[in-house]
Ligand binder design. Structure first.
Ligand SMILES: Nc1ncnc2c1ncn2[C@@H]1O[C@H](COP(=O)(O)OP(=O)(O)OP(=O)(O)O)[C@@H](O)[C@H]1O
Ligand SMILES: [Mg+2]
Length: 502
């Protein structure tokens, strides 16, 4: 196969940090090339260099054998490179159509023939089986749909090489299959895809070749057919990771959180709860399984005080909740690993250390007691301890959170939420975007919290994860509970059917 892209000896430094150090990567026409590496290994940085968002500190890029300089994303697009970022970059105030047209190189002057564009875009969408609603504002469409818009936008601009940075992290299984069909179609047209994912099963399924990065350096490039997920995982983390087995608890302690006939937007199939009753006991992990968008978000928001149920009763540690406020729940020692870490979990332009103490600034050890005069040294020392304990990889705890790799941002949330010895932990997709080692760390931490008597409500679209750590499994479908199963030898097929509403 013909070579399309070669990146040679790419180094990218941020201050004293080498995000990329002497990386080599070559991508052929018509291949799916996966970048694999732990959180912070340098995958997104390398792709941002390719897309002209960063200039490399050293190294060269060749396209079709010719040395090129990619000074900006506009230039990358001109050269046939498209990129769907780890965190989407759509303009929220605009419609889908406007977002796709925006910045297109043919858009010169004031006059844009929207109808002609619409027709072209619809044809393109049809060709790739991309289902999009062009006139909806971007804010009103689901994550999976936003991603299809990003892909369509890249294809509309004529991408020959499409970079997909963790495209499946927030997709349901069905959406992922849809994405893979699109990738296959691109391949059949001799286009190339650089794919990034932490999910081994996907990597093995879709890739032709895999390049493994570790700590900013290339480890090797392998033909996917000649390797397996175990070998890849070991290459990635540089050591063997033994398979995990967690013991299942059968007799939980007293209830920490109890929902009795709780409803919210009852008639909404995807964004409501219909007569939900469930209990989370001390020292047990209750896993909610189900396809995303069957009421899980609303459940998480009710048990963290963000939403007030319309019907039913919520008891927390034996007392009925009268007022639902996030702060009230925090004071009751309820911790929350939120679904969307960018919107709810972290304040990106605040430092790692400030994010770590975000909920504890009124504690005497960190301030004068009112959160007014902060004890800077105490906070700094505490943050250093957390950095070590939770293996948060960053240059310094004074660094802004938004510059951390996705997985390391999640570790900051985890450190903050788990440190206070919570009575209840509500963990929503807690390992989304995390590498294998970090995922193991999160699971171990939940098991640890359980051992300390914490009740854990795990909400996850990753069925394997629910199976692995839950003591009890509850299946949700269209806002209702379809079944409750013991975590010890659960009937997997039956659960699968329940997840589909059968
Ligand atoms: N703008 C920046 N300023 C400072 N450091 C940065 C910046 N961007 C990235 N880094 C650092 O470079 C390293 C590589 O980050 P990168 O985002 O490329 O990792 P990644 O492999 O994409 O990880 P993940 O799987 O978590 O997304 C990290 O240590 C990160 O903190
Ligand atoms: Mg990344």
């Amino acid at each position: 196969m013909e070579e399309l892209l070669r990146m040679e000896h790419i180094t990218k430094q941020f201050g004293s940090v080498y995000a990329n150090r002497d990386i080599n990567l070559d991508v052929r026409r018509g291949e799916v090339h996966t970048l694999l590496g732990e959180n912070g290994a340098g995958k997104s940085t390398l792709m941002n260099v390719l897309f002209g968002l960063y200039q490399p500190t050293a190294g060269k890029i060749y396209l079709n054998g010719e040395s090129v300089k990619i000074a900006s994303p506009a230039e990358a697009v001109k050269k046939g490179i498209g990129m769907v970022h780890q965190h989407f970059m759509l303009v929220e105030a605009m419609t889908v159509l406007e977002n796709i047209i925006l910045g297109d190189r043919r858009t010169t002057g004031l006059f844009i023939d929207k109808d002609a564009r619409r027709k072209e875009i619809l044809e393109l969408a049809e060709r790739y089986g991309l289902d999009v609603e062009l006139d909806k504002p971007v804010t009103e469409i689901a994550v999976g749909a936003q991603q299809r818009v990003e892909i369509l936008k890249a294809l509309y601009r004529g991408a020959e090489l499409l970079v997909l940075d963790e495209p499946t992290a927030a997709l349901t299984d069905i959406e992922t299959e849809g994405l893979f069909a699109i990738i296959e179609k691109l391949k059949s047209e001799n286009k190339s895809v650089i794919f990034i994912s932490h999910k081994m099963r996907e990597v093995m399924k879709i890739s032709d070749r895999v390049t493994v990065l570790r700590a900013g350096q290339t480890v090797c490039t392998l033909d996917c057919r000649g390797t397996d997920s175990c070998q890849l995982a070991n290459l990635m983390i540089g050591r063997d990771l033994a398979p995990s087995r967690y013991e299942k608890i059968e007799k939980p302690g007293a209830p920490v959180m109890e929902l009795t006939h709780v409803s919210f937007h009852k008639s909404s199939k995807h964004n409501g709860l219909n007569d939900v009753s469930l209990t989370v006991g001390r020292g047990e992990i209750v896993g909610i399984a189900g396809v995303d968008g069957n009421g899980q978000s609303q459940l998480a928001q009710i048990v963290t005080g963000v939403l007030t149920p319309e019907e039913g009763v919520v008891d927390l540690k034996g007392s009925t909740v009268a007022r639902f406020t996030p702060n009230g729940f925090i004071l009751e020692n309820v911790s929350h690993i939120p679904e969307d870490r960018n919107k709810m979990g972290l304040i990106g332009n605040m430092s790692v250390q400030d994010n770590l103490v975000l909920k504890s600034t009124e504690e005497a050890r960190f301030s004068d007691g009112h959160g007014l005069h902060l004890k800077k040294k105490a906070i700094h020392d505490y943050a250093l301890g957390m950095q070590e304990k939770y293996d948060i990889r960053c240059e310094s705890v004074d660094q802004e959170c938004r510059n951390l790799s996705g997985g390391n941002q999640q570790k900051v949330i985890l450190a903050r939420e788990l440190e206070g010895d919570p009575d209840l932990l509500v963990a929503v997709h807690p390992t989304r975007g995390l590498d294998i080692g970090a995922t193991r760390y999160v699971h171990d931490s939940m098991i640890d919290a359980r051992a300390h008597g914490c009740g854990v409500l795990l909400i996850s679209a990753d069925f394997d994860e629910v199976l692995e750590v839950s003591d009890r499994i509850i299946v949700m479908f269209e806002g209702q509970i379809m079944g409750v199963y013991s975590g010890k030898n659960p009937p997997i097929e039956e659960i699968g059917l329940a997840m589909a509403g059968k």
